[in-house]
Design a protein around this ligand. Structure first.
Ligand SMILES: O=P(O)(O)OC[C@H]1O[C@@H](O)[C@H](O)[C@@H](O)[C@@H]1O
Length: 300
C-alpha cells in the first residue's frame, strides 16, 4: 500500500499517496478535494490560493475540488462533506496499482436528505502514476426515483505566467460566457490565450485538451471521458481581489480548466450507474522548443 491517512486532529484528515517514481498527491477527506500533486522533482503541479485558511469542512480555491450537485445547483453539493475510505471497490474494477485510493460518500446524513431527498452513492477513484493523475468519479442511484445531477472536476493548474499560456483543443467550439449572462458564443481564436478575466464553459469538447506553458517549457494534457464540457476560468486582477483565498498576484500563476457535465444533466434511473474519467499528465517540453508538436499532443 503506498498511501497513508494523516490526521493531525485539526478536523481535516487527509490521504497522502506516493508512487514508486516519486510523485505524490494529497487528498482531503472533506469534499474529497485533491490539494497537492507533485512530480518526481517535488514541483507542485496544482495551484493553491496563497491566502487560503485551512478550516475543517471548507472547500478552498485550489487543487481539484470535486463538484457533484443537484442539477441547477439549487440543492445538494458534496463540497464540504466528509468522505470515507471505500473498502469495497466492486462498482469499479479491482485496482491495478497500489497507488490507488477509493473514496465514498453516501447520502446518509439527515441534513443532506432534507436538502435533496434522494439516495445515492458517490465514489471517487484516485490513481497516481508516474507523471499522471487519474480521477474516476462514479455515481450509483440507490433511490426509487430518478436522480439528475451535474458534475465537475475543477482543475486549478499551476502555470508560470498566465499571459504566456495557450489552450488548444477548444477552437471553433461553442461556449457559455458566464461574463455575459451565459450567452452562447462560438470560439473564433485558433487557440485560447489570456489577457483578462475569462469565465466560460466550452461545450461538447474533444476528449483531449492541451495547456501549453511556454515559460515552464511544459504542456499539460487533460484527457477526459463522459465529462463533455470544459470550464475555463481565470478571475484576473480585479475579481481576484474580491476572492478571500487569492493573494494579489495569484491570478498570474493559475488557470482553471474543468472537466464537467454541465450543459446536459446526467440522469440516472433507480439502480443505474454513471462514471466519468479524467487523466492529467505532463509533457516536459514546450511548443517553442520545437520538440513538441501540439497537434501530436492533441491527436496523438
Ligand atoms: O467562488 P467559487 O465557487 O470557488 O467559484 C469560482 C468561479 O468558478 C467558476 O466556475 C464560475 O463560473 C465563476 O463565476 C466563479 O467565480
Amino acid at each position: 500500500m503506498t498511501w497513508t491517512v494523516v490526521d493531525d486532529g485539526d478536523g481535516s484528515p487527509r490521504i497522502v499517496i506516493a508512487e514508486p517514481a516519486g510523485s505524490t498527491a494529497v487528498v482531503l477527506l472533506n469534499g474529497a478535494q485533491i490539494v497537492s500533486w507533485k512530480n518526481d522533482r517535488h514541483e507542485e503541479l496544482l495551484f493553491m490560493g496563497s491566502k487560503v485558511i485551512k478550516k475543517p469542512s471548507k472547500v478552498v480555491r485550489g487543487g481539484i475540488p470535486i463538484c457533484f450537485s443537484e442539477f441547477g445547483d439549487t440543492g445538494f453539493q458534496n463540497r464540504n462533506r466528509l468522505w470515507i475510505l471505500d473498502s469495497d471497490s466492486s462498482p469499479l474494477p479491482p485496482p491495478k496499482t497500489s497507488s490507488t485510493v477509493d473514496l465514498l460518500l453516501k447520502s446518509s446524513v439527515e441534513d443532506d436528505l432534507k436538502i435533496w431527498p434522494r439516495s445515492f452513492e458517490l465514489r471517487l477513484r484516485i490513481i497516481l502514476g508516474s507523471g499522471k493523475l487519474t480521477l474516476i468519479p462514479h455515481v450509483r442511484n440507490t433511490d426509487s426515483k430518478v436522480i439528475t445531477f451535474s458534475f465537475s472536476l475543477q482543475n486549478y493548474l499551476s502555470v508560470s505566467n498566465i499571459s504566456e499560456v495557450r489552450v488548444e483543443g477548444l477552437e471553433t467550439l461553442d461556449y457559455f460566457d458566464n461574463l455575459s449572462e451565459r450567452k452562447r458564443c462560438t470560439e473564433q481564436a485558433d487557440a485560447i490565450t489570456f489577457d483578462g478575466e475569462v469565465d466560460r464553459v466550452y461545450l461538447s469538447t474533444p476528449p483531449k485538451i492541451a495547456i501549453i506553458d511556454h515559460e515552464k517549457k511544459r504542456t499539460l494534457v487533460l484527457r477526459k471521458e463522459d465529462l463533455p464540457d470544459a470550464g475555463v476560468w481565470n478571475p484576473w486582477d480585479k475579481k481576484a481581489k474580491m476572492l478571500p483565498d487569492f493573494g494579489y498576484d495569484d491570478y498570474k500563476s493559475m488557470l482553471r480548466v474543468d472537466s464537467s457535465a454541465i450543459e446536459a444533466p446526467i440522469v440516472l434511473k433507480p439502480l443505474e450507474e454513471w462514471n466519468g474519467r479524467q487523466e492529467l499528465s505532463f509533457v516536459s517540453s514546450s511548443y517553442c522548443s520545437g520538440q513538441l508538436d501540439p497537434l501530436k499532443v492533441l491527436h496523438g
